[in-house]
Write a protein that binds this ligand. Structure first.
Ligand code: 1OR
Length: 315
């Protein structure tokens, strides 16, 4: 079950919650908000008065060692900032296993004082992407889901959401969770092409993956030097091409040109993709992607082709 979109009546009845707190607690929260990078991204567009409102809306919760604060798959209730204690984050990619038993999956990160978690389900109306459990007792500050959506989520992050929705439609990226798609959407570049302009050339090594944002593009294939024939016409926003560049450096199988209207494309370079996620080959379940299986197997067979992803950083 996923968190509900905020309803109109909820929106019109909503009042900023006020949870009285000591000046010390206000200062502590202000300090964390101004120094944590992720909180800067989330709260950066708020002016000082709006930050004060967010701080006043937050409520404390003391957490015992071993207590689970968030369970993967559930809907989002609150966003959390850590004052003290230690919290481990676990991701289970086998979604069926989560409902069958309580398998928490692999530990992917750990966070302590000054960190935050639980924003994803609230931003994207998605199920919780991970389980979060206290390994040392401590105190967290919560912001309820409605307040988070009313005070923090804005049209500014809706562009990012649109990018993530595009990424979600790419079969090759299906294995990624919300966190990874969010990270990937941060490295998306936008480029405009004039009508007829070449975007990629058949036979060249591929370094970019493209998503059509607007306009149109045509994939053309030339067989043994014969004139090019149209293989595909991309016309819908969210259509994508060149995704194999993320997996391998094998030559482009077609040339792609901007269509009659020209086009705006979102692009991700292989280099940025690898930097953000580590080579995706590790994560791909080849059986799910018969079209790509050959290429993935060939890449895996290459010596030194597999670089271990960098270990998760704690925030
Ligand atoms: P949420 O609302 O989905 C769980 O609830 C929270 O764990 C999530 O928001 C994030 O704030 C936090 N993948 C998913 N969730 C993560 C991750 C993560 N790290 C922190 N959270 N990954 C770790 C990347 C270092 C990806 C691992 C596959």
């Amino acid at each position: 079950m996923s968190a509900q979109e905020i309803s109109n009546s909820e929106m019109s009845n909503w009042k900023k919650p006020v949870h009285e707190k000591s000046n010390g607690s206000k200062e502590l929260l202000r300090g964390i908000i101004s120094s944590n990078q992720k909180l800067q991204v989330l709260f950066g567009h708020l002016d000082p008065n709006q930050i004060d409102d967010v701080i006043m809306a937050m409520f404390p919760r003391d957490i015992k060692q071993g207590e689970r604060v968030i369970k993967q798959g559930e809907s989002g209730d609150n966003f959390w900032i850590v004052e003290s204690g230690k919290f481990d984050i676990f991701v289970n990619r086998n979604k069926a296993a989560i409902s069958e038993n309580d398998a928490v999956g692999d530990k992917v990160a750990s966070c302590e004082s000054g960190a935050c978690f639980g924003e994803l389900a609230l931003m994207y109306n998605a199920p919780r992407a991970a389980t979060v459990t206290a390994t040392q007792s401590g105190r967290v500050w919560g912001l309820d889901a409605t307040s988070f959506k009313m005070m923090v989520v804005t049209t500014e992050n809706s562009k990012k959401k649109k990018y993530e929705a595009f990424l979600e439609r790419v079969p090759l990226l299906k294995e990624l969770n919300q966190y990874e798609r969010a990270a990937l959407s941060d490295v998306i570049d936008v480029a405009k092409f004039k009508p007829g302009e070449m975007i990629m050339k058949q036979g060249d090594a591929g370094h970019f993956f493209y998503i059509l944002e607007s306009g149109d593009a045509r994939a053309m294939i030339s067989d043994n030097g014969k004139p090019e024939v149209e293989a595909k016409h991309y016309t819908s926003s969210g259509d994508y091409f060149g995704e194999l560049a993320l997996l391998s450096t094998s030559p482009r199988k077609a040339s792609v040109y901007a269509g009659d209207q020209g086009c705006a494309l979102l692009s991700i370079s292989k280099e940025k993709f690898d930097r953000v996620l580590g080579p995706i080959k590790h994560r791909l379940n080849v059986e799910n992607y018969p079209d790509y299986a050959e290429i993935i197997h060939a890449e895996k067979a290459k010596p030194d082709s597999i670089v271990e992803p960098t270990s998760p950083v704690s925030e």
